[in-house]
Design a protein. Structure first.
Length: 589
């Protein structure tokens, strides 16, 4: 084998791995939202979990990726350890689909239907279709289909390139001697585990084995069996690395994956060794090809799953015993597990849940601050400040996570949702800041024993009640995505603006009559300014919800449209505006 042959083989391997990765990412992108729905309906049924693992792995072409997702789901609380175990088992079966696809390259025959199944016939056609879809069509879904086709064509071309490069090895005696050594079960398992551990993909290592067997004809079926057993152990490396820094249940998920494959391999190896030592199995001495390797790969994984599936709870107990109560990251970090970024639809769903919690904290901070009107409480003040600190941490954690998520290849729908969340967390953080500002103004009044006039107190209470309602509306429309509620926010915000102006005018009149002091005016100004800004941020949140239903984000356009003469929204806006003006009317002087 010349140096040029080695370079060609490496190029084929690179194309093979790149094609597999490209096809898997494109398939995952297209299936992302469906995957989210499947996970949402996941129950405690082990059979459903097994099927889920098979389906997801068939889609993304990688059992390692599925297992890493399972680790992330468990770490973030989307899935329990007991639910993850059948998914992992199903992934081991689903990963065999790749070997069956690659076995097409070994098809021989001259009949037209056989010729059509040969990669040399359909791969160029798929490559051309893929590039046309990707470069000349503007539809994002069709572009993703193009990437899938290009990825598949690249994968198959890489396989053919590897096969062509290693053909010369069939005439090398030393190579044949090396393969004979792999017929030793222990050495075969070690070789399979090491190669798969290095490239971190059992599908890719099986593909390499198929290329080698198909091109040289020097690999026996007896040599492939222990190598395939070892490949299942090597594929655990990815999940084990992924579990570093995760919580105890996520570490246990990775441990279950390792134990499942080790126990399955040891069991199969013992049976295989006993059978081959007692009985001569002629088929094992025959030359392996792509098809026979696919059969061995599938048979091994199916048998391991059937044997260990009834003992899923035992694997869970074993993992629980070996992985004790390790100290994990704080809850906010766990909720937004970076492993979920590989499945954007699921990651966005989790982000939405976290931002919903953030919204609830911000609204609670505002509510507590408003409750201190007329009766300051130091304990409540401390709680408002703690809530503000917690909301700040949410903003840092979620914001960083969303920026990383936005750098991935998102669908237009997912991209809009990320934009919405990024806009919203800023407004929610500002709500908690204004809650603290309001609380500090009330603290200043309590410390200096300042009191508003009876009329000023009534006017402030009216504005406070309006702000209390608008924060509730903003929270509800965001959490539920309710447009009817969202359209109530802006009319109420306009009423709050009106209240602010009227309270200022009233204060000036009281100053002129010497019924109030300049010092109280400063406090009053701070309070009504913060109350009005709270309503502004609530309006931003509602406007964001409304605009993103139209697949765009233009708050300026939204505010212009709702007041435009002749527009439906004007009639609706005026009706609600008048309703709130009546509800929060200030008493006449």
């Amino acid at each position: 084998m010349t140096f040029q042959d080695v370079l060609t083989m490496l190029m084929g391997l690179v194309l093979f791995l790149f094609g597999m990765n490209l096809m898997g990412e494109a398939l995952e992108k297209r299936a992302g939202n469906k995957l989210k729905d499947i996970l949402a309906t996941l129950t405690s049924s082990k059979i459903k979990g097994l099927l889920l693992g098979m389906i997801v792995t068939c889609v993304i072409q990688s059992s390692s990726a599925t297992t890493v997702m399972a680790v992330g789901f468990v770490n973030s609380g989307l899935m329990t350890l007991s639910q993850a175990i059948p998914v992992i088992m199903g992934a081991n079966i689903g990963t065999t689909i790749t070997s069956w696809i690659l076995s097409l390259s070994g098809i021989s025959g001259s009949a037209w239907y056989i010729v059509m199944l040969k990669p040399s016939t359909f791969v160029p056609v798929l490559a051309v279709l893929g590039i046309v879809f990707y470069m000349f069509l503007n539809n994002p879904k069709k572009k993703d289909i193009g990437l899938i086709l290009i990825g598949f064509a690249t994968l198959m071309f890489g396989m053919e390139t590897m096969s062509g490069a290693v053909k010369v090895l069939k005439d090398v005696p030393e190579f044949a001697e090396l393969l004979v050594k792999f017929e030793n079960p222990i050495l075969g398992v070690i070789a399979g585990a090491v190669i798969t551990g290095i490239i971190q993909s059992s599908s890719a290592s099986v593909g390499i084995l198929q290329a080698l067997a198909g091109a040289t004809g020097a690999v026996t079926i007896g040599a492939t069996v222990p190598i395939i057993m070892g490949q299942n152990i090597g594929t655990c490396v990815t999940a084990m690395i992924s579990s570093v820094g995760a919580n105890k249940n996520a570490k246990r998920t990775a441990a279950v994956h390792l134990y499942f494959n080790i126990i399955g391999t040891v069991f199969s190896l013992i049976i295989y060794t006993l059978v081959t030592s007692l009985v001569t199995v002629p088929v094992l001495s025959q030359s392996a090809d792509q098809f026979s390797i696919a059969v061995v790969h599938t048979a091994f994984n199916v048998i391991c799953t059937l044997v260990l599936f009834p003992f899923a709870s035992g694997l869970e107990k074993l993992a629980t015993i070996t992985v004790g109560n390790t100290k994990g990251a704080n809850d906010k970090t766990i909720m937004l597990d970076e492993r979920l970024i590989t499945t954007p639809a699921v990651a966005i769903t989790r982000c939405k849940e976290v931002v919903n919690d953030m919204s609830a904290l911000s609204v609670k901070a505002i509510s507590l601050a408003l409750d201190m009107f007329g009766k300051f409480d130091e304990k409540i003040f401390d709680e408002v400040e703690k809530l503000e600190d917690e909301v700040d941490k949410y903003e840092d954690t979620v914001g960083t996570y969303l920026v990383k998520l936005s750098a991935t290849n998102l669908t237009p729908e997912n991209s809009r949702e990320v934009t919405k969340l990024l806009h919203t967390i800023g407004d929610l953080e500002r709500l908690s800041d204004h809650a603290v500002n309001i609380a500090k103004s009330l603290q200043e009044m309590a410390d200096k024993k300042l009191n508003f006039s009876e009329r000023a107190s009534k006017e402030l209470c009216t504005m406070k009640d309006a702000v209390q309602e608008i924060t509730g509306l903003a929270h509800e429309c965001f959490v539920k995505g309710d447009l009817k509620v969202a359209y109530l926010v802006e009319p109420l915000e306009q009423v709050i603006d009106y209240l602010k102006d009227e309270i200022k005018k009233g204060h000036i009149q009281r100053l002129q009559k010497e019924e109030c002091t300049i010092e109280m005016g400063f406090v009053l100004s701070d309070l009504i300014t913060n109350l009005e800004r709270v309503s502004d941020h609530c309006s931003n949140i509602a406007g964001c919800v409304i605009e993103l239903t139209k697949d765009e984000l233009s708050l300026h356009e939204y505010y212009h449209e709702i007041k435009e003469i002749g527009d439906f929204r004007t009639e609706y806006f005026n009706k609600k505006y008048n309703m709130y003006m009546e509800k929060y009317a200030l008493d006449a002087e």
